[in-house]
Design a protein around this ligand. Sequence first.
Ligand code: XMP
Length: 520
Amino acid sequence: MTETAHDRLLIIDFGSQVTQLIARRLRELNVYCEIHPYQNVTMDFVRSFAPKAVIFSGGPDSVTREGSPRAPQEIFDYGVPILGICYGQQVMMHQLGGRVESGHGTAEFGRAYVTPSDERIELLAGWFLEDKEQVWMSHGDHVSEIAPGFEVYGTSPNAPFAITADLERNFFAVQFHPEVHHTPNGKTLYENFVRLAGFSGDWTMGAYREQMVEKIREQVGDKKVICALSGGVDSSVAAALIHEAIGDQLTCVFVDHGLLRKNEAQEVVGMFRDHMNLHVIHADEADLFLGELEGQSDPETKRKIIGKLFIDVFQKYADQIEGAEFLAQGTLYPDVIESVSFSGGPSVTIKSHHNVGGLPEKMGLKLVEPLRELFKDEVRALGRDLGLPASFIGRHPFPGPGLAIRCPGEITREKLDILREADAIYIDQIRKHGLYDEIWQAFVAILPVRTVGVMGDGRTYDYACALRAVTSVDGMTADYYPFTHEFLGETATRIINEVKGINRCTYDITSKPPGTIEWE
Ligand code: XMP
């Protein structure tokens, strides 16, 4: 639990796939909230958290099943507004004396329409501008009898108690999910709920920045912090924020494994060192990495070699920084709550492919993770607030193993040089056509095959390459980007004409799944 002087909202997680979206909607309303799994929410916890309002999330279980999740009974006497969603609604009804029944023709999945009762309560202000609202339902069980004190304020064909409330106690219960995209005006419900609960909307980026600066100073004191700067958005924003808090007590190590894109090392180091005045060590270890990778063509072996060397190199440089007690990491909110979910329990895991995973224990370092409460787009907003250039903030993700996994098979310096040139042209094309921000990730892979071509009067025997561009929300699933034939033709021509060593260009139209985004 985080100390904060702001108004706080507690989300009790009953295991819904979309609990995270509730938090998202509340952030958009400048409300500070935390998600906690129901197992951890005791009344002692609630009192120490001191929420101004509580939301019960949806969940996959059935309240009719013995032993299924519950909220602490005394929370209903705690005196703050409560909003129950889907399973949360059913828990409320059940615990307050109503009835919930399972299935038999009343399950509802997908789009539904709710019609209002005659009385329009504050929760529904701005809703039902038409005579019905589109909502998204996903329930097998249904409430068959509402709890004493509740009245009905909205119904759908299969949910006679789609919206109910006990206005005396400020308890609200909805059968649908207002947090998802398919409930188009759902945000209005949250807006009304937090307003009637008395939230002032004081959770702004500026407030967050000030609070974090204070917190980092408090945590670190006069000790030193080291940070593995990758050039990615997360580690860059974390470094900039920590630097604002403790200045020269922060040292960043930029591990250059020789697998970076064209001019990348100079750009990243230049920006942080020269423009932001950060203390950055440029660990140029290309010879070490490329030497160890020589002759290796198995993808997992390549990844393991890079991962191990990365840790060795980082440790070598970090050991030179006397008195470092903290390691900074750009862990984000989704990384944290991924595991604080229905099945995961309260423990926190960091992304498995995180480059410095395992290091804190090995080196006896404590963690500084100033982005733990932010979503990706909030990190970007904070980065802009801290003065990082917009072009840098909006950069596509780049994997830790770098170009190694875009060079299937054996890696050679020659192939890497060719790949860098082709990739730079491809990205230049995408930017010129104004497509960069529509694409999640775009890159070139150099294929381990030579093909015959003809240029001028001569025969060529050069590498083939594959262009990849995908749209995605989180990298977990992805679709290929539908470039026009004109764009593809123009880009292929440029790459083949301008890059010595490539004579054939293909476009990868595999989605994920079944493919992955990277080639290895
Ligand atoms: P895949 O290829 O698994 O990639 O579909 C999904 C996303 O993760 C990135 N990626 C990595 N990032 N270290 C990282 O920091 C890694 O080892 C790694 N492998 C893949 C990939 O670029 C894409 O954004």
